[in-house]
Structures are given as C-alpha cells and as structure tokens.
Design a binder for this molecule. Sequence first.
Ligand code: G3P
Ligand code: MG
Length: 253
Amino acid sequence: GLPPRGWHYERVVAHRGGGIIAPENTLAGMRVAHAHGLRAVEFDVMLASDGVPILMHDPKLGRTLPGTGNIADISSSVLQTMDAGSWRDPHHYKGEPVPLFVDVVRWLRANDMWANIEIKPYPGKEIETGEVVGRMAAELYADETRPLALPVISSFSIDALAAAQRTAPGLPRGLLLNKVTPDWAELLERLDCIALHTSHANLTPEIAAQVKKAGYGLFCYTVNDPARAREILSWGVDSFCTDRIDLFARDFS
Ligand code: G3P
Ligand code: MG
C-alpha cells in the first residue's frame, strides 16, 4: 500500500540526477551520483511533442541543449539524438542524450536508486503531463512490493499533481511550494500528499515545526552547504536535494 504521511526515504537526494558535477537530467549524471554513494535522485519530467515523457528542466533549448526552440515542438526521438552533456563538460559528456523517462526509471530500479519524480510541465500542458507521467510511473512500479521503494511524485503545478493523483493514486505525492503559503495544509490535504517540498531559502524554524507537527515529511531544495544542511535538519527537515553530490555522503547527519 501507500506509505503514510511523513518521510520514509533517503536523506540526501541528488538534484536533477547529477547535481552540478555531471550534466543534469541525464543517465550519466545519475551514474555519477551512484558512484558517489548516493541512492536517491530528483529529476524533472516534461513531454516531448509526441507526448512521450523525457527528462528536461527548461522549456526551451539554449542552456542544456544547443540551439533555439521549444521542447514541446521537438519529438522524443529527435531529443534522444541531441547533446545534453557538452554544456557541462564536452570532454566527458559530449553526446550524452536526453533520456526517456521510461529508460531512467528502469535504470534506477535496476541500480537500487530511489526517485523523486518532479513533473515539470511545459507551460499549458500541466494536466496532460501529470496524467501521462502518473500513468507511466504507476505501470513502471506496478511490480514493486516494497512501499519504501516507491517514488515520490512532486510538482509545483497543482493541476499536474492532481492529474497524477487520478492516474497514479497508489504512488506517494509531495507538493512543491517555493514559499510556504498560508493554505499549505489545505493543499496537502486535498492532494493527499505525504510530504511538503520547499525551498530551504524561504523556510523558517516555525514553518518547519508546523509541517512536522501535522505529520508530513519535509523535503528541501537545493542545499549545497553542509552547515546549512545541518541547520535545517535541526529544524526537523527530513531530506534535501543537493547539487554538490561530492560534498554529502549518503549517511550525512
Ligand atoms: O524538486 C526540487 C527542485 O528540483 C525544484 O526546483 O527548478 O530545480 O526543478 P528545480
Ligand atoms: Mg526539479
């Protein structure tokens, strides 16, 4: 069954797969996180023009992919031939492709890696993206018998998360809020979330205490300083993602 409210997973999560050590949202990045000893990754999922979910953060080319244009206008088969690695390091990662969501989940499961699947809809495609990612995630984890090996699905988009709730009711959810608004408890209740995911930069000890008192897991992005990580852990934060996968051991405390 579905894990109860709270955080039941890893403490240290590699942000966008490989943080800033390796190209984000690629299998190469996840291999680097694994090699550093981490066993949990957060990554961003968007739909290509053919409706196939791929790993991507930005809606446009130009930062992690060469050229110009919109992700929603490019098919998954073309995206898989594009170079998502050279922007980070052309010597090590030239030609590293944009991976399909399905291939990433299969690789993670084969390598005992836990996933925070962030639905990152192309603007205007919130409901479709939530539905598709939820449906595929439910299928890909259908044979998982260990509740704690299930991924957490998260999104900043309430519409996307609600859509994933419909197509993947058996997978845990976390709501992403950049700043914790007064309606946070109502939103988490409505979306039947197990956790709140929020920016550590806007978090206060008072808000952290309220979230924990309500029984929710508390996950923060993106913490790159070990001293800051210790501070927010002392406030009750359960888990965080980091770009500096080289600085945080899996058993960081
Ligand atoms: O899911 C936490 C974090 O990834 C949210 O920010 O922009 O890196 O997706 P972003
Ligand atoms: Mg993300």
